[in-house]
Design a binder for this molecule. Structure first.
Ligand code: NAP
Length: 289
């Protein structure tokens, strides 16, 4: 190397969780880095919840640009941040910590990641003119509700296998257009809705299927399942048999990763969808192992 050769410092980022080995994020971000020719790497960090806040705060002493954060550390990331974005404040949890001027910024890309495929495929007009049913009352459901309220959904029904959690979530948000219905009455809750969103873990690999009948969804209606393992859930199969339109969870997975990539690597993630095939290949390999 002569004196004129510039020294390229690779950009480093990663994802933290406990456990973390099954995360799709490295596949996704490393593919985009390669596509853009960025000299960098995105890796996994197994971080125990007990030491997580300290580990996150110590990021400022490293050359790591930032980290995505997944279950069960999203609350710890919120605690560790020096500053919080509006979306992180709305949700009370962070899925991204990145550095700016030696400050740790906490952000959450789940609302944006959920909305992007919804607005692109279903369209704002449809949402503004239809009732929406949301299934689930965990972290994903919070992001879904936040996004739907921001879009301006006129009526949102919320159901959850454990009624109390749906009631508490609806009461906390406290908006007349959002109300919880009992799980027992889920057939009534489906009646006449234009869009069903599964933000629960029902139907995920290793969990029981989601016990919801879609027969009373509006014709031409939509079903958006956040689950991506498996990609074609029983709920989506049922929707297709009824002639309904569907969106699978991979679209959200990719859409929530894009703003993270932009903030971590300070470059625009490619907008072509070739990354989807890469993830599908990775998931297929993992299930056949
Ligand atoms: P969470 O906080 O653990 O909540 C899980 C929710 O699923 C609870 O409401 C739970 O109900 C419900 N549930 C679990 N098993 C069920 C079953 N068999 N039938 C009906 N409901 C069931 O999880 P989360 O973070 O909200 O995530 C929920 C799902 O969304 C996960 O499958 C996750 O993979 C997916 N997700 C996808 C993306 C994406 O990018 N595509 C992003 C975030 C999350 P109880 O209250 O009764 O336990």
């Amino acid at each position: 190397m002569n004196e004129q050769t510039p020294i390229i410092i690779p950009k480093m980022a990663g994802v933290c969780g406990w456990p973390i080995h099954h995360s799709m994020s490295p596949t996704l971000h490393n593919y985009w880095l390669k596509q853009l020719g960025i000299h960098g790497a995105y890796t996994m960090f197994a971080v125990h919840p007990h030491g997580a806040v300290r580990a996150f705060k110590s990021l400022k002493k490293t050359s790591i640009a930032g980290v995505n954060v997944t279950i069960p550390l999203k609350g710890k990331a919120f605690e560790a941040a020096d500053e919080l974005s509006l979306d992180a404040q709305k949700l009370g949890v962070c899925n991204l910590l990145y550095k700016r001027n030696n400050r740790l910024i906490g952000h959450n890309t789940d609302m944006e990641g959920f909305s992007e495929p919804l607005l692109r495929q279903v369209g704002r007009n449809f949402i503004l003119n239809n009732t929406v049913l949301v299934v689930g009352a965990g972290g994903a459901a919070r992001a879904v509700l936040g996004a739907l309220l921001e879009i301006g959904a006129p009526e949102i029904r919320l159901i959850n296998r454990t009624d109390k959690r749906a009631q508490t979530l609806a009461e906390n948000i406290n908006i007349p257009s959002l109300y919880a219905m009992p799980w027992e009455k889920r057939d009534d809750a489906v009646y006449g809705v234009g869009l069903v969103i599964n933000a629960s873990a029902g139907g995920m690999h290793g969990k029981n299927a989601l016990d919801i009948k879609l027969s009373y969804v509006q014709p031409e209606g939509w079903v958006y399942d956040l689950i991506y393992t498996p990609q074609n859930t029983l709920l989506l199969q049922q929707a297709e048999l009824l002639g309904l339109n569907i969106i699978g969870g991979l679209d959200m997975l990719i859409a929530q990763a894009r703003p993270s990539f932009n903030l971590l690597f300070e470059a625009s993630a490619p907008t072509d969808n070739s990354v989807k095939d890469v993830i599908i290949a990775h998931l297929n390999k993992a299930t056949h192992k």
